[in-house]
Structures are given as structure tokens and as C-alpha cells.
Design a binder for this molecule. Structure first.
Ligand SMILES: Cc1ncc(COP(=O)(O)O)c(C=O)c1O
Length: 506
């Protein structure tokens, strides 16, 4: 393959720097896609008429910055796990380029942010993408019946503005569901219906953040939250998590406006925040005046023991903002979530929501309200919970069958689990790439919509598996292929390593 690269020996930059920049540009501009092999240094040097050392040094720098990966015996490839900074939307840069050809000046964008990865990056035969629902489990016939039923009595549903906090019937149904399910003392007027948890996070940010505001997130955390806070130019303070959830001892002693966390099933590691830490977190919030944003994205799926009471149920100081979504239980495409607010935030949040969109679409709210109030939601939850449990068990069995005593976290609840790779295995990003070559999607933290802040203990050694969208046969077949990929990796490592005796021992 000849690369579209041309170097200028009389240019101001060294040949090596020019080559680095042009290859990086090809990778970022998708001229060289993830997984594409780059030509051997000798060939590229010949094509460009430069010394081989020039190419080797450019490749080394691209590898060090995460754009290229080398797999022994297989050569050098464009990385599947491109460095985060490469995904940053350079708003000013785009604005500059856009305005370059104009005769009139154009003000630069105020927005600066990166897009979170909420959809699976590839078309894969067996895709363990996280948090994805199985379309065959959507209650389509009930939904169709309810849509018709609601349309029969539409009245002014389509023609009038309504309360921007949401349809009363839906807010009442959500409150009725949350009281027993999450142990919360909640009234319908504390609820604001939003377009998914992501809009809820945006509303919270609108209420509480300005440039430089200090915000605590888990490390690793959910990309959608971390990137949003960053886009507000908040000062994001990562706090590590361990098997008991957020390390409360590491919270800053003062000055944070809020902490965002996923206490039921930490995203992405799957840990549950212990009761003792819940109490200490609430104490910290009371003493520092910070808000606790309890992102309860997948707590409907608990497979062992009873759920711990929501932080909002334990809170005595009106410090907690609870964030819920129907994305995991009904459908991501529905785009309905909700905030449960402490009383003093209801009015500002109502105003902010009205300024944002004057309230959520009426029909979706009316159908969902009917779905919950009629009991169909509970029936649906019981059904999919049972199915997800079977799929989780199948995944755990398959992993154990192929890899022995695997160390897993996040298995007690949710729709995904984390496998802590043992010593002697490739890194998570490498294993992801090897699996992708066999049309299987498994995900390192960064590829799985998680953000780590560079110093996270789990990054290289954790592989994420969503199991909710694959039936058992596909789960088994997918894991079989991961095992094949790993066998092949060990084999090529052995044949390329010296001395051969070391490999024979493996
Ligand atoms: C931790 C977490 N919070 C929030 C969301 C956003 O959900 P929604 O689809 O409701 O915007 C997700 C989606 O996967 C998530 O994993």
C-alpha cells in the first residue's frame, strides 16, 4: 500500500516531523482506519526517498502517543483505542478553518467538548456493547395498544404547551415506582421529566456550573458526565473507586460544587457503594455544601440481595439530586429520563428546563405514564430481568469454561460486567483489537464509554462485556472466538519470542 504522503526536504520542519504530522492527520481524518496495517518502515522509506531511520522515528512517536500499535510478528497497525486527545473537538480550529475562506470575520464558538461513545463503534457479529437493549424484548404490542389508547383521548395534547417539568400523570407514576423500588420519600412535584439522563446532567450543569467550578467524578467515570463537565470548563477532580465504590476518603475537603457518581453499579467497573461509604459521603456533602448527583442508570436490574437504599432515601440534608432513565429498562430511543430534586432546586430547574425546550414531547410521556400506571412496566421489568440474569450466567459460565477462575466485578446487577485480566494476558485494548479481527466486540474502558484520568489502576487490565443484547448462543459463540484470539496471540508470541524454550513452558 502506498500512503498519500509527500515530504518537503527544504521545509522548515524536519522530515521526521513532517511524516509524523501527515500520518497523524491521515489517522485522525480516517484516511487510515483503526486496524489498518502501516507499511514496513523499509518500504515507506523507499517510497518517500528518505532514510529508514526517519520512518522508524516517526513510527516510534506515533506509537508512544497511542496512534499506532505493534503486535509482535504481525506488524504495526493503526490503534483501535485512539488517544482521547485526538477525539477532542477543536472548536476554535474548526471555526478558524470554516471562516478562513470568508470575507467577514466570524466569532469563535463558545462550545468546546468531545463526543462520548454511546453507540457501538463497529459492525460486529457478536457485539458485547454496553447497556444495549435487545429489540426483541421491547413490549411492542403493548406499546402500540397504549399509543392508540392515548391518541383516542388526545384532546389538546398536541396543540398546547404543558408544564415544562413534565406530564403530571408521568411524574406521579415515577414517584409511585421509586418509593418502594428505591426507598425514596419522593413527591411528584420534585420530578422533572427530561430527554434521557444526559439531558438531566445538562440541566444540573446549567444550574450549578460555570468556568472553574470544581466538580468531582469517579475515576474511571461515565464519559457523558466527565465530558459534559469539561465542556463547561469546570475543574474536574477525579476520585478513585475500589470494590466498595467511590473512595470517599479521597474527596476534596472543601470547594466542590457537586460529585457525580453511579453508586448502584459503578460505571464502568460495576462496584456498589457500601452503606458505610454512603453515610460518609452524605456527611461530607452536608459539611461542604456540595450536591451529590446520584446517577442510577441501571438499578432496575439487581440479581442478588436487595438493593441498597438510594442515597436520596438516606439523605437528611437535601443534598442529593437523583438521576433516573428509562433508557435501560424500556428503550434508549425513547429518550426519557427524570431528575428528582431537593425542594429548593425545583423552581430554578423548572425555569432552566423551560428555557431549554419548554418541556418534553407529550405523546411519549402520556404513553409511558399509562405503561407504568397499568402495571405493564413492572411485568416488563420482571421479564427482562429474568432474561438478563440468564444471559449474565451464560457469560460468566463461558468465561470460566475458557479462562478458568476469572476475576469479575459488577456481576450482581446491571447489564454489563468487568473482567480483570490476569498477568500474562495482552492489554485490554490489544485483546479488544484481536477480538475485533474475529468480528467480536469487547471493550477496554476507554472504548466502552468510560473515561479514565490517566492514572487509573484498572485501565489497561479491564475488559468490559455488555450481555443484555445477545442471546445465550451468541454469547457462547462470541466468547469462544475471544478464546481463539487469545490462543492465536499466545502462539504468535511464542513463535516470535526467543529463546523458544520459554514458550514451550507456557
Ligand atoms: C452512567 C450513565 N449515566 C447516564 C447515561 C445516559 O443515559 P440516557 O440514555 O438516559 O441519556 C448512561 C448511558 O449509558 C450511563 O451509562
Amino acid at each position: 500500500m502506498e500512503l498519500p504522503v509527500s515530504l518537503d526536504p527544504s521545509g522548515r520542519q524536519s522530515l521526521q516531523r513532517q511524516l509524523f504530522e501527515q500520518l497523524r492527520g491521515l489517522i485522525l481524518g480516517a484516511g487510515l482506519r483503526p486496524g489498518t496495517p502501516v507499511p514496513p518502515s523499509r518500504l515507506l522509506a523507499r517510497q518517500l526517498g528518505v532514510s529508514r531511520n526517519t520512518v522508524v522515528l516517526a513510527y516510534e512517536r506515533l506509537s508512544a502517543e497511542g496512534y499506532l500499535q505493534t503486535r509482535s510478528a504481525l506488524g504495526t497497525y493503526v490503534s483501535h483505542d485512539l488517544p482521547d486527545s485526538s477525539l477532542r473537538v477543536d472548536a476554535d480550529g474548526i471555526a478558524d478553518r470554516m471562516s478562513a475562506g470568508r470575507r467577514f470575520p466570524r466569532s469563535s464558538l463558545a462550545f468546546r467538548g468531545r463526543a462520548q461513545a454511546v453507540v457501538s463503534p463497529g459492525k460486529l457479529e457478536f457485539d458485547f456493547w454496553l447497556g444495549r437493549l435487545d429489540p426483541t424484548l421491547f413490549p411492542l404490542s403493548t406499546w402500540r395498544r397504549l399509543v392508540n389508547q392515548v391518541l383516542e383521548r388526545a384532546d389538546s395534547g398536541f396543540t398546547e404547551y404543558r408544564d415544562p417539568t413534565g406530564l403530571f400523570e408521568l411524574r406521579a407514576a415515577i414517584a409511585d415506582h421509586l418509593r418502594p423500588a428505591r426507598g425514596m420519600k419522593v413527591e411528584s412535584d420534585q420530578i422533572i421529566v427530561v430527554a434521557g439522563a444526559q439531558q438531566g446532567l445538562n440541566l444540573i450543569a446549567r444550574l450549578l456550573l460555570r468556568e472553574g467550578t470544581r466538580v468531582v467524578t469517579e475515576n474511571p467515570s461515565y464519559q457523558g458526565a466527565a465530558y459534559l463537565f469539561e465542556s463547561y470548563r469546570a475543574e474536574v477532580i477525579p476520585v478513585p473507586v475500589d470494590e466498595n465504590g467511590l473512595c470517599v476518603d479521597a474527596l476534596p475537603p472543601a470547594g466542590a460544587a457537586l460529585v457525580h457518581l453511579t453508586p448502584s453499579h459503578q460505571y464502568p467497573m460495576g462496584f456498589t457503594l457500601s452503606l458505610e461509604r454512603r453515610m460518609r459521603l452524605l456527611d461530607w456533602a452536608r459539611q461542604t455544601g456540595a450536591y451529590v448527583v446520584e446517577d442510577d442508570y441501571d438499578s432496575d436490574f439487581r440479581y442478588r440481595g436487595s438493593p441498597l437504599m438510594a442515597l436520596m432515601g438516606l439523605d437528611q440534608a437535601e443534598s442529593v439530586i437523583y438521576l433516573g432513565t428509562f433508557s435501560k429498562s424500556v428503550g434508549t430511543g425513547l429518550r426519557v429520563g427524570y431528575l428528582v430534586l431537593p425542594r429548593h432546586l425545583i423552581e430554578p430547574a423548572r425555569t432552566a428546563k423551560a428555557l431549554l425546550d419548554n418541556g418534553h414531547a407529550w405523546l411519549d410521556q402520556a404513553v409511558l405514564a399509562e405503561f407504568i400506571a397499568s402495571g405493564a412496566y413492572d411485568t416488563h421489568l420482571r421479564r427482562i430481568r429474568r432474561t438478563y440474569l440468564e444471559r449474565r450466567d451464560c457469560l460468566i459460565d463461558s468465561l470460566r469454561n475458557h479462562f478458568g477462575n476469572v476475576m469479575l466485578t459488577g456481576t450482581d446487577s446491571g447489564m454489563h460486567l468487568a473482567w480483570h485480566l490476569p498477568a500474562g494476558f495482552p492489554s485490554a485494548a490489544e485483546l479488544q483489537a484481536l477480538a475485533a479481527e474475529r468480528a467480536v466486540g469487547v471493550y477496554s474502558l476507554r472504548s466502552g464509554a468510560a473515561h479514565d484520568f490517566g492514572d487509573c489502576a484498572y485501565s489497561d487490565k479491564t475488559l468490559l462485556f455488555g450481555y443484555s443484547s445477545l442471546d445465550e448462543a451468541r454469547i457462547r459463540a462470541g466468547i469462544e472466538r475471544v478464546a481463539d484470539a487469545l490462543r492465536e496471540w499466545k502462539r504468535t508470541r511464542c513463535t516470535s519470542a526467543r529463546p523458544a524454550r520459554t514458550c514451550a513452558d507456557r
